[in-house]
Design a protein around this ligand. Structure first.
Ligand code: G3P
Ligand code: CA
Length: 274
């Protein structure tokens, strides 16, 4: 069961920053999820919102500003908005990459970049824009895709099949045994987002999803390690218990050696005759 850092490790470091991705890796994330938008000069900025307002000290739409100008801004904690290239520099070869295309216009540049960086085998494009995922399959059939949704559709697998996708990327509260079973029957993977607590991680573990996306990979890794650990071995017996074990064994051996006594339970209330 793979563990992915959602926008890095935002429980520890500002979302979608190089510091956050590095922290997620340090905490044991095997995959990183990040969001991409196209800038005014056709570059890929790693930022969740369509505007700069919430996560930086700038304002306005990402699509109206060049990457260079976006990178003059500061996020919480004094970090900068990274380009997708910079995230790949940090994470390529260290983690699987979940590239969430926030706007369909970012799809082609993101696929082109993964191809140019020879990362098609270690990445998956995900999106709430399922048409963009279908386009991804048309231009790069070997690149995995995942349909994002936050709902309980009548036929969840149909969402993936319509988009030609490989995986269901589902808001974790909507994941059920029947959704997992339906995905399995169509050969689809299931990824649950975004586990915030140990209870969320435990529920997804027991449902048997393929991947858990979390804001806190450290917490999730500890929970998974605990759940996957074999049952604790019995505690060692004390010298007194060992002495009593030996005594019991010798009495049983003695009973077996007495003709007629072997294997017959004694009558209730009757004391042994020796
Ligand atoms: O991994 C899926 C998740 O990132 C989708 O929601 O809003 O956090 O991008 P959001
Ligand atoms: Ca996302």
């Amino acid at each position: 069961m793979r563990l992915a850092g959602h926008r890095g490790a935002p429980a520890w470091s500002p979302e979608n920053t190089l510091a956050s991705f590095a922290k997620a890796l340090e905490l044991g994330a095997q995959a990183l999820e990040f969001d991409v938008h196209l800038t005014a000069d056709g570059r890929l900025a790693v930022i969740h919102d369509a505007t700069l307002d919430r996560t930086t000290n700038g304002v306005g739409r990402v699509a109206d500003v060049t990457l260079e100008d976006i990178q003059r801004l500061r996020t919480d904690g004094g970090e900068r908005v990274p380009s997708m290239d910079q995230v790949l520099d940090l994470a390529a070869g260290k983690a699987f990459l979940h590239v969430e295309v926030k706007d369909p216009s970012a799809l082609r540049p993101a696929v082109d970049l993964l191809r140019a960086r020879r990362l098609l085998d270690s990445a998956r494009i995900s999106s709430f824009w399922h048409g963009a995922l279908r386009e991804s399959k048309a231009v790069e059939p070997g690149l995995q895709t995942g349909v994002l949704f936050s709902a309980a559709p009548i036929r969840p697998a149909a969402l993936a099949l319509d988009a030609g996708a490989d995986a269901l990327h589902v808001c974790h509260t909507y994941i059920t045994e029947s959704l997992v079973a339906e995905a399995r029957s169509h050969g689809l993977q299931v990824l649950g987002w975004t586990a915030q607590s140990a209870a969320d991680v435990g529920r997804l573990f027991h449902l048997g999803v393929d991947e858990i996306v979390t804001d806190d990979p450290g917490m999730a890794r500890q929970v998974l390690a605990h759940l996957a650990a074999p049952a604790a071995p019995p505690r060692p017996r004390s010298p007194e218990e060992l002495r009593m074990d030996a005594e019991r064994a010798s009495i049983q051996a003695l009973m077996k050696s007495r003709p007629g006594d072997a294997g017959t339970p004694r009558e209730p209330g009757k004391k042994p005759s020796w």
